[in-house]
Design a protein around this ligand. Structure first.
Ligand code: SF4
Length: 113
């Protein structure tokens, strides 16, 4: 048995999953999907920053385009740490495709002129 909070929307339902993976406490079906996924293959979207080489002390925010398996987060962070860009950069600009073969790109989330 496991209790967790659904993070799919701001309502934040308290979910209960029994030993047979039956989910209760969810206001909508997305909560059940979230609970099962969280217990069988937890994933997270990574948001972080990378260096802008031609702007002193400047970072630009980036994120993964698809959620990453939780156990791969540190490996992905190490790869992201190797990436640097030159301004100007634009929201939506891809700076790394298919990172570590995980079917997720790394994309800029802030404009810098
Ligand atoms: S179960 Fe549905 S309503 Fe409740 S927090 Fe999750 S997504 Fe929102």
């Amino acid at each position: 048995m496991k209790d967790l909070t659904c993070i799919v929307c701001p309502r934040g339902c308290r979910l209960h999953v029994d030993d047979d993976m039956n989910v209760t406490g969810n206001f909508c079906p997305r909560g059940a999907q979230y609970a099962i996924s969280e217990l069988t293959n937890p994933v997270r979207t990574i948001t972080t920053s990378i260096r802008v080489t031609n702007r002193p002390y400047t970072l630009v925010s980036v994120k993964t385009t698809n959620p990453i398996p939780k156990q791969k987060i540190f490996d992905v962070m190490k790869e992201i740490d190797k990436i640097a860009v030159e301004a100007p950069v634009r929201i939506g600009q891809i700076v790394k495709t298919n990172i570590l073969g995980l079917d997720s790109d790394i994309v800029i989330t802030k404009n810098i002129d």
